[in-house]
Structures are given as structure tokens and as C-alpha cells.
Design a protein around this ligand. Structure first.
Ligand code: ZN
Length: 288
């Protein structure tokens, strides 16, 4: 698996060393100052969006989760690994204003969540919240299937990439026999896994349950395939024109969204077609 090069906002790697990213460091200081002045996460996010600065190169929109995350990141005070970006006094002033942080799940995540599937074992992917309010997606079967750095944001960015890939290559969505077989193979593989587990003297019940659930969802996807109206599906795909994530349409055309390692790896359309990025375009956002 490729090295995950995710770095907190405000830092970059230069000559193999973690150093501050001056423009981002400036934004971080601005966020702390505004917060210390009494502005809410939401208000700060709005101001940042209006001013045109970006959280990620392809993300003009700020939200309160991004702001909250920056305000809770202890690294900005300086650690062995990360150089300091803000003064103790500023951090302290901001802490004085701290209100209990309630995490809000974005509408996109709410809509698409039921489709999230581990791309490696087929389990339903789960999400937990860290005490900092940061969310983490993980595979209940194996921690190695999904990297610890996968947040809502990295996940949605990955799905957006897949959506753009589909929009630019609509021919990939046309039903073909071969892909049907690939989905069928997934079913066979899961069935074998379950049979194997059932033959163990002491099967891992939790794991077994996951496999059975995954099998059910794969079979469900197959049933969806046969009932999928190809014309209607292609018409919906034709409506995808925006380069921004359109979770409502994606939900209508997609049976499953696979996640693996650091990002969303594939959209399995309702006709069984798999949309995944060519290898060169895969990979995480990084701040280098
Ligand atoms: Zn898994």
C-alpha cells in the first residue's frame, strides 16, 4: 500500500522535513483570532469562503467542521514533529471561547452512507467520531482495509473525483456482460468465505455476520441490475454535468460505493458497471 502522505492543514514537506505552509499558516492564525473575538465556527467558515481562500485546492467552500478541526488541532502549538503556527496566548484566548463542539453530518454523507462498502472485503463501512469531533471511516473486518486518515472530507473528495471521471467518460456506464460476471465473482468469493468460516470449529461470529451481510448486499446489487432500467439510468447519468459532487443523482444511479485504503475507489452503478479511476489519478490529496 502506498505511503499515506496526509498532513494537517498548514504544513508541507520540504526536503523531507515537515515545515509550515505560509499562506495556510496565515489562515490558521486568522481563524484563531476570529474565534477569540467571539465569532462562531459557521461565521468564520462563511468569511473564509467569501474571501476566496481555500482549504484544499479544489474546495472553495469552507464549513464549520473544517474550522472546528483547525481550532482543535494541538499540533499548531508546536510539537516534536510539527513546527508551531500559533502563539500560546492566541490559543489560550481561543480556548476561552470554546463551546462544546457538536458534529454535524453533511447532507451528502447522510444520503450516500448506505452505499459505502469496503472495497476489499465487501463489509458495510462504519464511521466513528473521535473526541476531537473528527470522523473516521473504518472497515469492521480489518483496520488495514481503510486508512485511519479517512474523514468525511477526504471521502467526499474521492467520490467527487469518481463522479467527474464518470461525467468525462460516460461510455464507461454502458452495461456490458463482462462486468456482470465480475459482480457474480464477488458473490462466489463471499459465499466461499462463509462456507469456510462455517466449517471452522469456532467461527468468528462477528466476522461471519459481516460476510453474510456483504453477501446479501452483493446479491441485492445483482437483483437491482436485472431490474435496472438501462435507459433511465443513462438519462440520469446524462444529467450529471456539474463538477461538484451531486449526491442526489449519485444515489439514484449507484448501487454501491467502494472505499479502500485512503479514498473512494469505485462507484458500482445500478447496471453493474464499475467506475474507477485509472491508476495514475488515484491517490490522496496531499499538501506538498
Ligand atoms: Zn474490509
Amino acid at each position: 500500500m502506498a505511503q499515506n502522505r496526509y498532513l494537517p492543514y498548514g504544513y508541507k514537506v520540504e526536503n523531507g522535513k515537515i515545515t509550515t505552509q505560509p499562506q495556510e499558516a496565515e489562515i490558521i492564525r486568522r481563524i484563531y483570532s476570529r474565534y477569540a473575538e467571539g465569532l462562531s465556527y459557521k461565521k468564520i467558515a462563511e468569511q473564509l469562503t467569501e474571501s476566496g481562500v481555500r482549504y484544499m485546492p479544489d474546495k472553495p467552500q469552507w464549513n464549520k467542521n473544517m474550522v472546528a478541526r483547525i481550532l482543535q488541532n494541538q499540533n499548531y502549538l508546536g510539537t516534536e514533529k510539527y513546527p508551531a503556527i500559533i502563539e500560546n496566548s492566541l490559543s489560550h484566548a481561543a480556548q476561552q471561547m470554546a463551546k462544546p463542539y457538536t458534529h454535524t453530518e453533511s447532507a451528502d454523507i447522510k444520503l450516500l452512507k448506505p452505499l459505502f462498502t469496503c472495497g476489499i472485503c465487501g463489509a458495510q463501512v462504519k464511521r466513528r467520531l473521535k473526541t476531537s469531533g473528527e470522523e473516521r471511516w473504518f472497515c469492521p473486518n480489518d483496520g488495514k482495509h481503510i486508512a485511519v486518515a479517512m474523514t468525511d472530507e477526504t471521502l467526499l473528495a474521492g467520490i467527487e473525483k469518481l463522479q467527474n471521471h464518470l461525467t468525462a467518460n460516460r461510455q464507461l456506464a454502458k452495461a456490458r456482460q463482462a462486468t456482470q460476471e465480475q459482480v457474480d465473482l464477488g458473490v462466489v468469493r463471499l459465499q466461499n468465505q462463509i462456507d469456510l468460516a462455517l466449517n471452522q470449529p469456532a467461527p468468528n461470529l462477528a466476522e461471519l455476520q459481516q460476510s453474510i451481510m456483504a453477501l446479501a448486499s452483493q446479491k441485492y446489487a445483482l437483483i437491482q441490475d436485472t431490474h435496472c432500467d438501462e435507459k433511465e439510468l443513462q438519462a440520469k447519468i446524462a444529467q450529471l454535468s456539474d463538477s461538484l459532487l451531486n449526491s442526489r443523482l449519485l444515489k439514484e444511479i449507484t448501487a454501491q460505493i467502494n472505499l479502500a485504503h485512503t479514498t473512494a475507489t469505485a462507484l458500482i452503478l445500478k447496471n453493474g458497471q464499475t467506475i474507477s479511476l485509472p491508476t495514475a489519478e488515484k491517490g490522496v490529496q496531499n499538501y506538498e
